[in-house]
Design a protein around this ligand. Structure first.
Ligand code: ASP
Length: 481
């Protein structure tokens, strides 16, 4: 409590600036003053007696110059005290913001001497072996491109968070140790020690919890939700986990969800990426059928010029069929040999005009599903949900749920008997959106610690073996290899 009231009184920015340390970029305002700056040695140029050090901190790079300095390696962390002076006209460097000044070193203190780095960090890094980049991710993130991506990501989440708070959305965390929430992928299981032989599942999305929050009367929910899916990695999805801006709203129709999401992302682009152009506003809404016929897929790339990095072509795909035919190798929860699998997920509402077809021709029923597409990537999906337990039961039946499987979702049916508002939502993928908007080659380029394509976690090298004691406590015996 004390800390909280203290923080609310103090302007944090001033506190940081008051720390006796001048940031590189602030040097511009300090010509003639003696300052103390701390950061990394970006480059060293040794000209015998005179040495030039480019000092880097979070704000930029400044040239520092001194005589008879102790030897320092690149990427070492140093503290430099000295005077900021103007550079002579002919030595001005227009490539950097501090190009008109330099720091004359009076004292150089090496706070931490760096060994030679295992990978170059002054290139864009695309050609470096992925395993090396993930193993030394903390160095890879020093790369200007990566540092920028991660900072932009933070700006984007801050924007979205503020935007939704303004609209009275409530930010709510939901459990990570939970029960399966089927989104059509394999679950990650976590063995329980307290109840030996039983397992938690990591959520494929907070789908059920967010719907239950609507029953709870929250009306407008969002969360930057981590979703876990054990499926093969792809360019637009990292293995294992990813982040969605998960949203759910009560008393809305599909159009309300599309409008809100469209306005929010359009404003975000205008404010944070002013160099980008949205190709068409309002975003085109295309039926699933038309998309398939016209573009051959349901995530068309509508850019006029695919080489233009500043063009953003958003569109909505709507009127999906509620079901797709289950194929033998579909990894679908219900399976059980039933003919139908949900196109989106099993909580998606059938189109009210097609309710009559549920019994007679399920393949013809449209679902109130919507996909948000950007430059050919499916950035997010959502739907209006079923809130009538009877319709939910019908869908369970059509997707071939056994009594036992149905029982796993009993809590939803029960909850819906206590007064549930009509509701729906969407979950734009944060990693995918950033990848598309930044024109990056993979979602891993916008994540701080992505897993490698073979499923190895960054730096910490999981998965790893468990000790015999741990396995014993969990009641797990491994097959001999
Ligand atoms: N849970 C869904 C998904 O992860 C999104 C939604 O329906 O809101 O795709």
């Amino acid at each position: 409590m004390k800390i909280f009231s203290f923080l609310s009184r103090v302007n944090l920015k001033t506190t940081i600036q008051d720390m006796q340390r001048t940031l590189v970029l602030e040097s511009i305002e300090k010509i003639g003053e003696t300052v103390k700056e701390q950061g990394w040695v970006d480059t060293v140029r040794d000209h015998g007696k005179i040495t030039f050090i480019d000092l880097r901190d979070r704000s930029g790079i400044i040239q520092c110059v001194g005589q008879n300095l102790e030897k320092v390696t690149v990427e070492s962390v140093v503290e430099i005290t000295g005077k900021i002076v103007e550079r002579p006209e002919k030595l001005i460097n227009t490539d950097i913001k501090t190009g008109k000044i330099e720091l004359q070193i009076e004292k150089l203190e090496i706070l931490s001497l760096a060994s030679e780095l295992p990978l170059p960090i002054d290139t864009d890094g695309y050609d470096i072996d992925e395993n090396v980049r993930t193993k030394f991710r903390y160095l890879d993130l020093r790369r200007p491109r990566m540092a920028r991506n991660i900072r932009i990501r933070s700006k984007v989440t801050q924007f979205l968070r503020n935007y939704l708070h303004e609209l009275e959305f409530v930010e709510i965390e939901t459990p990570i140790l939970t029960k399966t929430t089927p989104e059509g992928a394999r679950d990650f299981l976590v063995p329980s020690r307290l109840q030996t032989g039983k397992f938690y599942a990591l959520p494929q999305s907070p789908q059920q919890y967010k719907q239950l929050l609507m029953v709870a009367g929250m009306e407008r929910y969002f969360q930057f939700a981590r979703c876990f899916r054990d499926e093969d990695p792809r360019k637009d999805r990292a293995y294992g986990e990813f982040t969605q801006l998960d949203m759910e709203m009560s008393f809305v129709e599909q159009n309300d969800i599309l409008d809100l999401t469209e306005k929010m992302f359009s404003t975000l682009v205008t404010e944070l990426f002013p160099e980008k152009r949205i190709k068409e506003s309002p975003w085109p809404r295309i039926s699933h059928k038309l998309a398939k016929e016209k573009y051959g897929n349901d995530k068309p790339d509508l850019r006029a010029d695919k080489n233009d990095p500043n063009e953003l072509a958003f569109c909505w795909i709507v009127d999906f069929p509620l079901f797709t035919e289950q194929s033998k190798d579909d990894f679908f929860y219900g399976s059980g040999g039933a003919k139908w699998a949900p196109s989106h997920h099993m909580f998606t509402s059938p189109h009210p005009d097609d309710l009559g077809l549920l019994e007679i021709d399920p393949g013809k029923v449209r679902g109130l599903q919507h996909d948000m597409v950007l430059n050919g990537f499916e950035v997010g999906g959502g739907s209006i949900r079923i809130h009538d337990p009877k319709i939910q039961e019908k869908v369970f039946k059509l997707i071939g749920f056994s009594e036992k499987q149905k029982a796993q979702f009993e809590h939803m049916l029960t909850a819906f008997t206590y007064g549930v508002p009509p509701h729906g939502g969407i979950a734009p993928g944060l990693d995918r959106f950033l990848m598309a908007v930044l024109g990056e080659t993979s979602v891993r380029e916008v994540m701080a610690y992505p897993t490698s394509s073979s499923g190895q976690t960054a730096v910490l090298d999981a998965p790893s073996e468990a000790s015999d004691e741990q396995l014993k406590e969990l009641g797990i015996k491994l097959d001999e290899k």
